[in-house]
Design a protein around this ligand. Structure first.
Ligand SMILES: [Zn+2]
Length: 419
């Protein structure tokens, strides 16, 4: 037996001796670990999968919990006093069969003298129709094939979770009303050329491209390579958006921002880094964007840069989303009042190049921002009046709305994954 295999067995034994005193006291225990074959157990998949299961298991209200780290891979250990261990085992089996990464996780329930409660049915192998135990014992499949399958499942399941968070974040913002000239379910705001349905079609058209950017980030080795690819996929997303909206620019800024976040999210996962390192990753990815301002362009962003030296969305990205980072702690929940409050903060903080263009000058944009200084979000009449004023002045806050969506996305990811 190799030294590593020996360490793995020792680690398993150590885990059992840690659990035993609790069982002796009549308590019961759940352990959760990633099911990674081979001798290297602490791959990034382990970290990712446990980060997903940790909030779910935390919600079961254990009396004690810890994260055990050893040669057998990280393991979450939870101790319970009340409840029915057999029922819990049934629930955990259904998690293994239906939840994201379920096929890659082992959730064991230990109780009483008998120790681990057995599953009623054998688990199926990842690669064939036989049971996983026999394939493991007979070493039916090469390790490389098993790891490739694990990579595929982990990538696809994370992609689905990311897309659900992205969809929810865009809808959280879109469904807010009243909204100061932005499109809502019942108002076109200051936009003559788009309505709620235009936004929905645009959203559905662009979502799959964030999945592609994420998949690319999963394989990228350094941040600049990550950015180049994300940018080219972003152009495809723009084309798809214009097709869906018949030429209306509904979400171009959002494609840029959410594309960066989707790519950086993958990079953070595969580098086993904390979620908040997404922001320095974005700064590194976009550091060469300054070159964009060296060549003349006809966009609102370039015009604003020439006239007022403001770099808008590009500046926000190159600095690692400082405004988004300031908005995140204000998002305690996703209720309308909270979202509106955070949107107002975003409007006050953002150097929005779209606003500058619509307002006609930098000074006018600053003046418009001052309308928001003393607004009370619980005063619906005041919100309606301010919205009316924005629509009459034909202004909108697309840049601020984009940053709100980014902050919501971050918070939704942080709720889904505990890393
Ligand atoms: Zn098999």
């Amino acid at each position: 037996m190799s030294e590593q295999s020996h360490d793995i067995l020792n680690d398993r034994e150590y885990r059992q001796t840690m659990i035993k005193p609790y069982l002796d006291q009549g308590l019961w225990v759940i352990t959760c670990k990633a099911n990674i074959p081979g001798i290297h157990k602490n791959l990034f998949y382990t970290h990712l999968i446990l980060s997903y299961y940790q909030p779910l298991l935390d919600a079961l209200k254990p009396i004690d919990k810890w994260r055990h780290e050893g040669s057998d891979g990280e393991t979450l250990v939870y101790v319970f006093k009340d409840g029915n261990p057999q029922q819990m085992k049934n629930q955990m089996v259904s998690w293994e069969e239906t939840k994201p990464y379920g096929r890659l996780v082992d959730i064991d329930v230990y109780s009483g003298l008998s120790g681990s409660i057995r599953r009623k049915s054998l688990r199926r192998c990842l690669l064939c129709d036989n049971d996983a135990f026999s394939c493991g014992r007979n070493q039916t499949h090469p390790l490389k094939e098993l790891l490739a399958k694990i990579d595929q499942i982990a990538l696809e399941d994370t992609q689905k979770l990311l897309l659900a968070c992205l969809d929810a974040a865009i809808m959280d913002e879109l469904n807010l009303d009243p909204k100061f000239g932005l499109v809502t379910p019942i108002s076109n705001g200051s936009h003559f050329d788009m309505n709620y349905h235009t936004m929905l079609s645009a959203k559905d058209a662009i979502l799959p491209y964030f999945g592609q950017m994420f998949a690319h980030g999963w394989q990228a080795h350094h941040e600049e390579q990550l950015f180049q690819k994300a940018r080219s996929i972003g152009l495809e997303a723009e084309t798809a958006m214009f097709q869906a909206t018949k030429g209306i620019n509904a979400y171009k800024g959002l494609i840029f921002n959410l594309g960066l976040m989707s790519s950086a999210f993958a990079y953070v996962i595969t580098h086993q880094a904390p979620l908040k390192t997404m922001f320095p990753t974005i700064a590194t990815m976009t550091k060469n964007l300054i070159k964009d301002f060296e060549e003349p362009k006809t966009t609102a962003g370039y015009e604003a840069y020439l006239k007022y030296r403001t770099m808008g969305a590009r500046g926000e990205a190159m600095n690692g989303f400082p405004t988004v980072q300031q908005l995140i702690p204000m998002l305690n929940d996703f209720n309308d009042l909270t979202l509106l409050k955070v949107l107002i903060e975003a409007i006050k903080m953002t150097e929005d190049t779209v606003l500058i263009r619509r307002a006609g000058s930098y000074d006018m944009a600053k003046k418009i921002q001052s309308w928001f200084f003393n607004i009370d979000v619980s005063d619906s009449e005041a919100l309606m009046q301010l919205t009316k004023r924005c629509i009459e002045a034909n202004i909108s806050f697309g840049g601020a709305a984009d940053l709100l969506v980014c902050a919501i996305l971050y918070c939704r990811l942080a709720k889904t994954f505990a890393f």
